[in-house]
Ligand binder design. Structure first.
Ligand SMILES: [Zn+2]
Length: 182
């Protein structure tokens, strides 16, 4: 039994969904809307009070969501040909580490305006596609993404073996990866 209800509490409009969950869960979606799920037995007054108590946090989360949406809508500051030159340069540095598994042949490098991923490796095509927006990130972060995608030629998944390869060639990869989120 699932039931949706539009409510307002503490100045916050939200959608309440009754589900078989353990606790009251609150989520601010990418568009800034607020979704709450609660177990059927919890009184609606308690859900309202919970939402109202988190009004300040919700306002902050909404601001972040709007900032992210604006960032995604903004055109990339780096032209595609410059991005291509940048990624190809880093790829040249990483290639020797994986030359054996690639049979000595360089992968095909492409740039695409992707929103949700920094890179996609397709071993069957010997191809790596990089997100145009990656070109705006710090060089240390770009190096990490290039190595990450190359490591997929050895392991197509994100298994512990995959991460072991990444860590072997780039012990500080976690610090570099964190730079992508800024
Ligand atoms: Zn990956």
């Amino acid at each position: 039994m699932e039931k949706m209800e539009e409510r307002t509490a503490g100045g916050v409009a939200y959608t309440l969904e009754r589900r078989r969950v353990k606790n009251i869960n609150l989520r601010v979606r990418g568009d800034g809307s607020v979704a709450v799920s609660a177990p059927p037995r919890v009184a609606v007054g308690r859900v309202d009070a919970f939402v109202a108590s988190r009004a300040a946090w919700i306002a902050q989360a909404r601001e972040r969501a709007m900032f992210r949406a604006a960032e995604q809508a903004r055109p990339c500051a780096v032209p595609p040909d410059e991005a291509m030159a940048l990624f190809s340069g880093v790829s040249e540095q990483v290639f020797p580490l994986f030359a054996d598994v690639l049979g000595g042949e360089r992968p095909l490098i492409k740039v695409r305006d992707m929103k949700s991923r920094w890179g996609v490796c397709t071993p069957a095509k010997r191809q790596i596609v990089f997100a145009l927006r990656l070109a705006e990130k710090p060089h240390a972060a770009i190096e990490y993404v290039v190595l990450h995608e190359y490591a997929h030629f050895l392991h197509p998944d994100h298994s512990p073996a995959f991460w072991a390869v990444v860590a072997r060639y780039m012990p500080d990869y976690k610090v570099r990866r964190a730079l992508l989120r800024r």
